[in-house]
Write a protein that binds this ligand. Structure first.
Ligand SMILES: Nc1ncnc2c1ncn2[C@@H]1O[C@H](COP(=O)(O)OP(=O)(O)OP(=O)(O)O)[C@@H](O)[C@H]1O
Ligand SMILES: [Mg+2]
Length: 328
Protein backbone atom coordinates (compact mmCIF):
# COMPACT_ATOMS: atom_id res chain seq x y z
CA UNK A 1 0.00 0.00 0.00
CA UNK A 2 1.58 3.28 -1.12
CA UNK A 3 1.51 6.05 1.43
CA UNK A 4 -1.05 8.80 0.81
CA UNK A 5 -2.49 7.03 -2.26
CA UNK A 6 -6.08 7.85 -3.11
CA UNK A 7 -8.51 6.43 -5.67
CA UNK A 8 -11.32 8.64 -6.93
CA UNK A 9 -13.97 6.14 -8.01
CA UNK A 10 -16.64 7.12 -10.53
CA UNK A 11 -19.17 5.07 -12.47
CA UNK A 12 -18.60 4.10 -16.11
CA UNK A 13 -20.12 1.51 -18.41
CA UNK A 14 -17.68 -1.13 -19.75
CA UNK A 15 -15.38 0.64 -22.22
CA UNK A 16 -16.04 4.03 -20.65
CA UNK A 17 -13.33 6.66 -21.15
CA UNK A 18 -14.34 8.65 -18.06
CA UNK A 19 -11.40 9.95 -16.05
CA UNK A 20 -11.88 11.69 -12.69
CA UNK A 21 -8.52 13.45 -13.02
CA UNK A 22 -9.70 15.41 -16.05
CA UNK A 23 -13.47 15.49 -15.59
CA UNK A 24 -14.87 18.91 -14.70
CA UNK A 25 -16.57 17.75 -11.48
CA UNK A 26 -13.46 16.19 -9.93
CA UNK A 27 -10.37 17.63 -11.64
CA UNK A 28 -9.81 20.52 -9.19
CA UNK A 29 -10.15 18.18 -6.22
CA UNK A 30 -7.68 15.74 -7.83
CA UNK A 31 -5.22 18.56 -8.61
CA UNK A 32 -5.45 19.99 -5.09
CA UNK A 33 -4.88 16.58 -3.51
CA UNK A 34 -1.87 16.00 -5.79
CA UNK A 35 -0.50 19.42 -4.80
CA UNK A 36 -0.82 18.40 -1.15
CA UNK A 37 1.34 15.33 -1.77
CA UNK A 38 -1.31 12.67 -2.31
CA UNK A 39 -0.95 10.17 -5.13
CA UNK A 40 -4.31 10.33 -6.92
CA UNK A 41 -5.72 7.84 -9.44
CA UNK A 42 -9.03 7.67 -11.27
CA UNK A 43 -10.90 4.37 -11.00
CA UNK A 44 -13.91 3.69 -13.22
CA UNK A 45 -16.37 1.22 -11.73
CA UNK A 46 -19.22 -0.93 -12.95
CA UNK A 47 -20.40 -4.27 -11.57
CA UNK A 48 -18.62 -6.31 -14.27
CA UNK A 49 -15.18 -5.25 -12.93
CA UNK A 50 -15.97 -5.73 -9.20
CA UNK A 51 -14.37 -9.20 -9.05
CA UNK A 52 -10.99 -7.98 -10.39
CA UNK A 53 -10.98 -4.79 -8.36
CA UNK A 54 -10.61 -6.09 -4.81
CA UNK A 55 -6.87 -6.70 -5.18
CA UNK A 56 -6.29 -3.62 -7.32
CA UNK A 57 -8.01 -1.29 -4.88
CA UNK A 58 -6.24 -2.63 -1.81
CA UNK A 59 -3.17 -0.62 -2.81
CA UNK A 60 -4.99 2.63 -1.98
CA UNK A 61 -5.12 4.12 1.49
CA UNK A 62 -8.37 5.88 0.67
CA UNK A 63 -11.14 5.32 -1.86
CA UNK A 64 -13.44 8.26 -2.48
CA UNK A 65 -16.59 7.04 -4.19
CA UNK A 66 -18.98 8.95 -6.41
CA UNK A 67 -21.52 6.35 -7.56
CA UNK A 68 -25.27 6.99 -7.48
CA UNK A 69 -27.68 4.67 -5.61
CA UNK A 70 -29.03 3.59 -9.01
CA UNK A 71 -26.79 3.64 -12.11
CA UNK A 72 -28.16 2.30 -15.41
CA UNK A 73 -30.89 0.35 -13.55
CA UNK A 74 -28.29 -1.31 -11.28
CA UNK A 75 -28.27 -0.74 -7.52
CA UNK A 76 -25.10 -0.64 -5.39
CA UNK A 77 -25.30 -4.09 -3.78
CA UNK A 78 -22.16 -5.48 -5.44
CA UNK A 79 -20.21 -2.24 -5.07
CA UNK A 80 -21.16 -1.84 -1.42
CA UNK A 81 -20.04 -5.41 -0.62
CA UNK A 82 -16.69 -4.67 -2.27
CA UNK A 83 -16.29 -1.40 -0.37
CA UNK A 84 -17.10 -3.09 2.95
CA UNK A 85 -14.38 -5.67 2.34
CA UNK A 86 -11.84 -2.97 1.44
CA UNK A 87 -12.77 -1.02 4.56
CA UNK A 88 -12.30 -4.12 6.71
CA UNK A 89 -8.80 -4.47 5.22
CA UNK A 90 -7.91 -0.95 6.31
CA UNK A 91 -8.80 1.27 3.33
CA UNK A 92 -10.54 4.47 4.28
CA UNK A 93 -13.74 4.33 2.23
CA UNK A 94 -15.96 7.38 1.85
CA UNK A 95 -18.85 7.35 1.91
CA UNK A 96 -18.83 4.02 3.73
CA UNK A 97 -21.82 1.86 2.66
CA UNK A 98 -23.01 1.63 6.28
CA UNK A 99 -23.00 5.42 6.54
CA UNK A 100 -25.03 5.62 3.34
CA UNK A 101 -27.57 3.19 4.79
CA UNK A 102 -27.84 5.17 8.02
CA UNK A 103 -27.95 8.73 6.72
CA UNK A 104 -27.95 8.66 2.92
CA UNK A 105 -31.25 6.98 2.08
CA UNK A 106 -34.65 8.65 2.31
CA UNK A 107 -35.26 6.64 5.50
CA UNK A 108 -33.09 9.21 7.32
CA UNK A 109 -36.03 11.62 7.12
CA UNK A 110 -37.97 9.18 9.29
CA UNK A 111 -35.02 8.46 11.62
CA UNK A 112 -34.75 12.16 12.49
CA UNK A 113 -38.49 12.87 12.60
CA UNK A 114 -38.45 13.78 16.31
CA UNK A 115 -35.58 16.25 16.04
CA UNK A 116 -35.75 19.92 15.00
CA UNK A 117 -35.11 18.71 11.45
CA UNK A 118 -38.08 16.38 11.52
CA UNK A 119 -41.82 16.90 11.34
CA UNK A 120 -44.85 15.12 10.00
CA UNK A 121 -42.95 12.24 8.39
CA UNK A 122 -44.28 8.70 7.92
CA UNK A 123 -42.78 5.49 6.63
CA UNK A 124 -44.59 2.53 5.07
CA UNK A 125 -42.99 -0.91 4.91
CA UNK A 126 -45.79 -2.77 3.12
CA UNK A 127 -48.60 -2.21 0.63
CA UNK A 128 -51.15 -3.01 3.37
CA UNK A 129 -49.70 -0.39 5.68
CA UNK A 130 -49.53 2.11 2.80
CA UNK A 131 -53.25 1.56 2.05
CA UNK A 132 -54.32 1.91 5.71
CA UNK A 133 -52.27 4.92 6.70
CA UNK A 134 -51.79 6.78 3.41
CA UNK A 135 -54.30 5.92 0.68
CA UNK A 136 -57.35 5.93 2.97
CA UNK A 137 -56.32 9.11 4.79
CA UNK A 138 -54.65 11.47 2.32
CA UNK A 139 -56.11 15.00 2.38
CA UNK A 140 -53.43 17.71 1.95
CA UNK A 141 -50.86 17.20 -0.82
CA UNK A 142 -48.04 14.88 0.23
CA UNK A 143 -44.67 13.83 -1.15
CA UNK A 144 -43.79 10.14 -1.46
CA UNK A 145 -40.15 9.11 -1.83
CA UNK A 146 -38.70 5.72 -2.64
CA UNK A 147 -36.09 4.30 -0.25
CA UNK A 148 -33.03 5.02 -2.39
CA UNK A 149 -32.84 7.15 -5.51
CA UNK A 150 -31.55 10.34 -7.05
CA UNK A 151 -32.48 12.91 -9.67
CA UNK A 152 -36.08 12.95 -8.47
CA UNK A 153 -36.51 9.31 -9.53
CA UNK A 154 -39.22 7.75 -7.32
CA UNK A 155 -40.22 11.11 -5.80
CA UNK A 156 -43.87 12.10 -6.32
CA UNK A 157 -46.33 14.77 -5.28
CA UNK A 158 -49.70 13.16 -4.54
CA UNK A 159 -52.90 15.23 -4.30
CA UNK A 160 -56.42 13.92 -3.81
CA UNK A 161 -59.50 15.96 -4.68
CA UNK A 162 -62.25 14.46 -6.80
CA UNK A 163 -59.49 12.57 -8.49
CA UNK A 164 -55.92 11.65 -7.57
CA UNK A 165 -53.13 13.64 -9.21
CA UNK A 166 -49.59 12.27 -9.11
CA UNK A 167 -46.68 14.44 -10.32
CA UNK A 168 -43.24 12.88 -10.86
CA UNK A 169 -40.29 14.96 -9.66
CA UNK A 170 -38.20 13.37 -12.43
CA UNK A 171 -39.38 14.91 -15.68
CA UNK A 172 -42.53 16.48 -14.22
CA UNK A 173 -44.97 13.95 -15.74
CA UNK A 174 -48.50 14.18 -14.33
CA UNK A 175 -50.83 11.20 -13.99
CA UNK A 176 -54.46 11.33 -12.99
CA UNK A 177 -56.30 8.43 -11.36
CA UNK A 178 -59.96 8.05 -10.59
CA UNK A 179 -59.63 5.15 -8.16
CA UNK A 180 -57.47 4.27 -5.16
CA UNK A 181 -56.66 0.94 -6.75
CA UNK A 182 -54.74 2.67 -9.57
CA UNK A 183 -52.71 4.58 -7.00
CA UNK A 184 -51.99 1.38 -5.08
CA UNK A 185 -50.98 -0.39 -8.29
CA UNK A 186 -48.57 2.40 -9.15
CA UNK A 187 -46.80 2.38 -5.77
CA UNK A 188 -46.81 -1.36 -4.97
CA UNK A 189 -43.49 -2.06 -6.78
CA UNK A 190 -41.69 0.28 -4.37
CA UNK A 191 -42.23 -2.26 -1.55
CA UNK A 192 -40.49 -5.16 -3.30
CA UNK A 193 -36.94 -6.21 -2.23
CA UNK A 194 -37.31 -4.69 1.25
CA UNK A 195 -38.32 -1.35 -0.25
CA UNK A 196 -40.36 1.27 1.52
CA UNK A 197 -42.00 4.64 0.94
CA UNK A 198 -41.30 7.76 2.95
CA UNK A 199 -44.14 10.25 3.21
CA UNK A 200 -43.38 13.95 3.75
CA UNK A 201 -45.62 17.04 3.63
CA UNK A 202 -45.64 18.96 0.32
CA UNK A 203 -43.72 22.18 0.95
CA UNK A 204 -45.29 25.00 -1.09
CA UNK A 205 -42.37 27.26 -0.10
CA UNK A 206 -40.42 25.57 -2.87
CA UNK A 207 -41.18 28.80 -4.79
CA UNK A 208 -38.51 30.50 -2.61
CA UNK A 209 -35.88 28.17 -4.05
CA UNK A 210 -33.79 25.61 -2.20
CA UNK A 211 -30.42 25.78 -0.50
CA UNK A 212 -28.05 22.83 -0.50
CA UNK A 213 -25.68 22.87 2.45
CA UNK A 214 -22.42 21.01 1.69
CA UNK A 215 -20.41 19.37 4.44
CA UNK A 216 -17.11 17.61 4.96
CA UNK A 217 -17.54 15.43 8.07
CA UNK A 218 -18.93 17.91 10.65
CA UNK A 219 -17.95 21.17 8.93
CA UNK A 220 -20.06 23.21 6.52
CA UNK A 221 -17.92 23.74 3.39
CA UNK A 222 -20.22 25.68 1.06
CA UNK A 223 -23.70 26.17 -0.30
CA UNK A 224 -25.71 25.80 -3.50
CA UNK A 225 -28.81 27.85 -4.28
CA UNK A 226 -31.30 26.74 -6.92
CA UNK A 227 -34.28 28.96 -7.58
CA UNK A 228 -36.38 26.61 -9.70
CA UNK A 229 -36.39 22.98 -8.54
CA UNK A 230 -38.31 19.84 -9.52
CA UNK A 231 -42.04 20.11 -8.69
CA UNK A 232 -41.87 23.94 -8.84
CA UNK A 233 -45.36 24.71 -10.13
CA UNK A 234 -45.38 25.22 -13.90
CA UNK A 235 -41.61 25.44 -14.44
CA UNK A 236 -38.70 23.21 -15.38
CA UNK A 237 -35.74 23.05 -12.97
CA UNK A 238 -33.02 25.66 -13.45
CA UNK A 239 -29.34 25.99 -12.61
CA UNK A 240 -27.77 25.72 -9.14
CA UNK A 241 -25.29 28.45 -8.15
CA UNK A 242 -22.48 27.77 -5.72
CA UNK A 243 -21.21 29.80 -2.76
CA UNK A 244 -18.47 29.38 -0.20
CA UNK A 245 -19.04 28.44 3.42
CA UNK A 246 -18.59 32.14 4.29
CA UNK A 247 -21.46 33.37 2.10
CA UNK A 248 -23.37 35.89 4.19
CA UNK A 249 -26.75 34.72 2.93
CA UNK A 250 -26.55 31.38 4.70
CA UNK A 251 -24.57 31.98 7.92
CA UNK A 252 -27.66 31.23 10.04
CA UNK A 253 -27.90 27.80 8.42
CA UNK A 254 -24.16 27.18 8.78
CA UNK A 255 -24.25 28.00 12.47
CA UNK A 256 -27.33 25.89 13.16
CA UNK A 257 -25.89 22.92 11.28
CA UNK A 258 -22.54 23.06 13.07
CA UNK A 259 -23.99 23.90 16.51
CA UNK A 260 -26.74 21.31 16.65
CA UNK A 261 -28.26 19.78 13.52
CA UNK A 262 -25.22 17.66 12.56
CA UNK A 263 -25.21 16.29 16.11
CA UNK A 264 -28.95 15.54 15.88
CA UNK A 265 -28.44 13.65 12.62
CA UNK A 266 -25.53 11.67 14.10
CA UNK A 267 -27.44 10.88 17.30
CA UNK A 268 -30.54 9.71 15.42
CA UNK A 269 -28.62 7.62 12.90
CA UNK A 270 -25.74 6.36 15.09
CA UNK A 271 -23.15 7.66 12.64
CA UNK A 272 -19.97 8.26 14.64
CA UNK A 273 -17.49 11.05 13.82
CA UNK A 274 -15.16 8.49 12.21
CA UNK A 275 -17.85 7.46 9.73
CA UNK A 276 -18.89 10.93 8.57
CA UNK A 277 -18.34 11.23 4.80
CA UNK A 278 -15.73 13.45 3.13
CA UNK A 279 -18.55 15.18 1.27
CA UNK A 280 -22.30 15.13 1.89
CA UNK A 281 -25.17 17.56 1.73
CA UNK A 282 -28.44 18.51 3.34
CA UNK A 283 -31.10 20.19 1.16
CA UNK A 284 -33.44 22.76 2.65
CA UNK A 285 -36.60 24.60 1.67
CA UNK A 286 -36.54 28.29 2.58
CA UNK A 287 -39.89 28.75 4.26
CA UNK A 288 -39.58 32.42 5.10
CA UNK A 289 -36.48 34.36 4.08
CA UNK A 290 -36.92 36.96 6.82
CA UNK A 291 -37.60 34.65 9.74
CA UNK A 292 -34.92 35.13 12.41
CA UNK A 293 -35.72 31.71 13.85
CA UNK A 294 -33.50 29.37 11.81
CA UNK A 295 -35.55 26.33 12.76
CA UNK A 296 -38.68 27.90 11.24
CA UNK A 297 -36.87 29.53 8.35
CA UNK A 298 -35.63 26.24 6.85
CA UNK A 299 -37.17 22.77 6.44
CA UNK A 300 -35.15 19.72 5.49
CA UNK A 301 -35.98 18.18 2.09
CA UNK A 302 -33.39 15.39 2.10
CA UNK A 303 -29.79 14.35 2.74
CA UNK A 304 -27.35 13.13 0.05
CA UNK A 305 -24.33 11.02 0.89
CA UNK A 306 -23.44 8.59 -1.89
CA UNK A 307 -22.66 10.79 -4.88
CA UNK A 308 -22.44 14.47 -4.01
CA UNK A 309 -21.08 16.21 -7.10
CA UNK A 310 -20.60 18.85 -8.27
CA UNK A 311 -19.70 20.58 -5.01
CA UNK A 312 -18.47 24.12 -4.30
CA UNK A 313 -14.73 24.78 -4.78
CA UNK A 314 -14.60 25.86 -1.15
CA UNK A 315 -15.19 22.22 -0.11
CA UNK A 316 -11.87 21.07 -1.59
CA UNK A 317 -9.43 22.26 1.14
CA UNK A 318 -11.72 20.74 3.78
CA UNK A 319 -11.63 17.38 2.01
CA UNK A 320 -7.82 17.51 1.75
CA UNK A 321 -7.40 18.39 5.44
CA UNK A 322 -9.81 15.62 6.45
CA UNK A 323 -7.86 13.08 4.38
CA UNK A 324 -4.56 14.27 5.92
CA UNK A 325 -5.96 13.27 9.30
CA UNK A 326 -7.41 9.97 8.06
CA UNK A 327 -4.42 8.61 6.17
CA UNK A 328 -1.15 9.65 7.73
N1 LIG B 1 -41.59 17.86 0.47
C1 LIG B 1 -41.41 18.42 -0.71
N2 LIG B 1 -42.12 19.52 -1.08
C2 LIG B 1 -41.91 20.11 -2.30
N3 LIG B 1 -41.04 19.65 -3.22
C3 LIG B 1 -40.29 18.57 -2.90
C4 LIG B 1 -40.44 17.90 -1.63
N4 LIG B 1 -39.56 16.88 -1.58
C5 LIG B 1 -38.90 16.90 -2.76
N5 LIG B 1 -39.32 17.90 -3.54
C6 LIG B 1 -38.81 18.24 -4.89
O1 LIG B 1 -38.39 17.05 -5.51
C7 LIG B 1 -36.96 17.09 -5.75
C8 LIG B 1 -36.39 15.71 -5.58
O2 LIG B 1 -36.56 15.27 -4.22
P1 LIG B 1 -35.35 14.74 -3.37
O3 LIG B 1 -34.30 15.80 -3.36
O4 LIG B 1 -35.84 14.29 -2.07
O5 LIG B 1 -34.92 13.48 -4.26
P2 LIG B 1 -33.59 12.97 -4.97
O6 LIG B 1 -34.04 12.05 -6.03
O7 LIG B 1 -32.69 12.41 -3.93
O8 LIG B 1 -32.91 14.27 -5.60
P3 LIG B 1 -31.36 14.67 -5.77
O9 LIG B 1 -30.86 13.98 -6.99
O10 LIG B 1 -31.42 16.17 -5.92
O11 LIG B 1 -30.62 14.25 -4.53
C9 LIG B 1 -36.44 18.14 -4.76
O12 LIG B 1 -35.22 18.70 -5.21
C10 LIG B 1 -37.57 19.15 -4.77
O13 LIG B 1 -37.49 19.95 -5.94
MG1 LIG C 1 -30.96 12.90 -3.17
Amino acid sequence: MKSKSIAIMIYGEPGSTRNALTEEKYKNLAAHLAQKGFLVDSVVYNDSVAGNYKKVLLKYKAILVWVNPIEQENDRTILDNLLRKLSEKGCFVSAHPDTILKMGTKEVLYSIRDTELGGDIHLYHSVEDFIERFVKKIKAPRILKQYRGNGGDGVFKVEKNNEIIVTHAKGGRVETFTSDSDLIKMFSPYFSSNGMLIDQPWNSNIINGMVRCYLCANKVTGFGYQEINALYPGKRPGQRFYFSEDCGLFQDLRQKMEDSWINSIQASTQVTDELLPVIWDADFFINDVNNANTKEKYSLCEINVSCVSPFPESSIPYIARYLEKKIK
